[in-house]
Design a protein around this ligand. Structure first.
Ligand code: MRU
Length: 369
């Protein structure tokens, strides 16, 4: 996508290293950071310099290129380095998917470093292309709603957190149909949930949409239900960090409440995801998907820009009040109107999903494409 007229992806190789957009500084500063090792990559994922399911997978893939270099052909050292990457964040299944794919590529190669490089390139490119296809498959949904509107009124879409191009290598999942609609001249307006505690909606989704010229408004997390009751939301599209083979969706904390409000107000609730985000081994999202718990300090402290343009951190409440920080929740499939994948739309049911991905009937790890 374009940043000030220049095309960027979120991660790319640069000589012996890998470059990323360091998302901790957005929207106030646009900072490119350099990763040179497994340790740099693990830190970048854990500290959320890179985040979002697809990008976590792509970063881990490049981390495995470093692992192939650092292990010097020693199998147990390679596995230890893979575990270092795997331990960074538990919920987005793209992490395990990318690491396993890299291990298979490295172990069967005459030149493991070269193989890991080629495979990381392929994983990143497939991620971008899957998101582009999600855009194509989601576009008819938005177009159909636009056709019911009069006087050029925009299609009102609510999204949660950041499932935009910053969460992937390019295009995004939830945002891909939105960008496709906007680019084809359909008027859209996006309600952007701020997404406490780290505010990926306010900080990242709003930044992306504004760079691309998509009309949007940031709302407090609690406002969505009210907007839906007043007919101000036509459609919800979110992303996913892990979706079971039965269609239960783990996504950023607060997604479940939006799905409940959408159901109560007859607003369609869609989830956009590439197949690398399916966990083909899991059937029950609530009992089987590990939910990351991050530091309560992310709830207590907020950082942002002061009136002088300085980045400062402020404490929101007293030290002696404990804070808890569950990063994700699970939306049961009964609340999901449909899924948008790189192969098309389907109901959030095991049969619906397997119609699109028949090769995963037997429950193998991931479809790959
Ligand atoms: O904690 P994050 O920022 O890595 O969370 C991921 C997200 O941004 C959302 O949950 C998103 O909707 C799914 S990732 C494409």
């Amino acid at each position: 996508m374009l940043v000030d007229g220049q095309p960027y992806r979120t991660i790319w190789p640069h000589g012996d290293s890998v470059r990323i957009i360091d998302q901790r500084h957005l929207p106030f500063r646009f900072v490119i950071a350099e990763l040179r090792s497994v340790s740099d990559t693990a830190t970048a994922i854990r500290e959320m310099q890179v985040r979002g399911a697809g990008l976590i997978g792509a970063a881990a893939a490049w981390g495995m290129w470093f692992a192939a270099r650092e292990s010097g052909g020693d199998e147990s050292s390679l596995r230890r380095l893979a575990e270092t990457l795997f331990a960074t964040r538990p919920t987005a299944v793209n992490l395990r998917w990318a690491i396993d794919r890299q291990l298979a590529a490295i172990q069967s190669a005459a030149d493991p470093v070269e193989a890991a490089h080629a495979s990381a390139m392929a994983i990143a490119e497939e991620d971008a292309q899957a998101c582009r296809q999600i855009g194509e498959h989601g576009l008819p949904l938005i177009r159909a709603i636009a056709e019911t509107k009069h006087d050029g009124k925009p299609v009102q879409i609510l999204t949660h957190c950041n499932a935009g191009w910053l969460a992937f290598v390019d295009y995004g999942s939830a945002t891909a149909p939105i960008y496709a609609a906007h680019d084809s001249g359909i008027p859209v307006h996006v309600w952007v949930d701020e997404t406490r505690p780290r505010n990926q909606g306010a900080r990242l989704t709003a930044w992306e949409l504004s760079r691309h010229g998509v009309p949007h408004t940031v709302i407090p997390d609690n406002a969505g239900g009210h907007l839906m009751q007043h007919g101000l939301v036509d459609l919800v599209i979110t992303g996913s960090d892990r979706t079971t083979r039965t269609g239960d969706v783990a996504n950023k904390i607060g997604t479940y409440l939006k799905a409940l409000a959408a159901k109560d107000n007859h607003v369609p609730f869609y989830v956009a995801l590439p197949s690398s985000t399916f966990d083909w081994t899991a059937r029950n999202g609530i009992t089987e998907i590990p939910i990351e718990q991050r530091s309560g300090e992310e709830v207590r402290w907020l950082d942002g820009e002061d009136a002088q343009g300085e980045i400062i951190a402020i404490r929101l409440f007293e030290e002696h009040s404990p804070a808890v920080n569950y990063a994700f929740d699970v939306t049961p499939n009964r609340l999901v109107t449909g899924l948008i994948t790189e192969r098309g739309q389907c109901p959030a049911t095991e049969e619906g999903i397997l119609q699109l991905f028949p090769e995963c009937r037997a429950g193998r790890a991931n479809s790959g494409t």
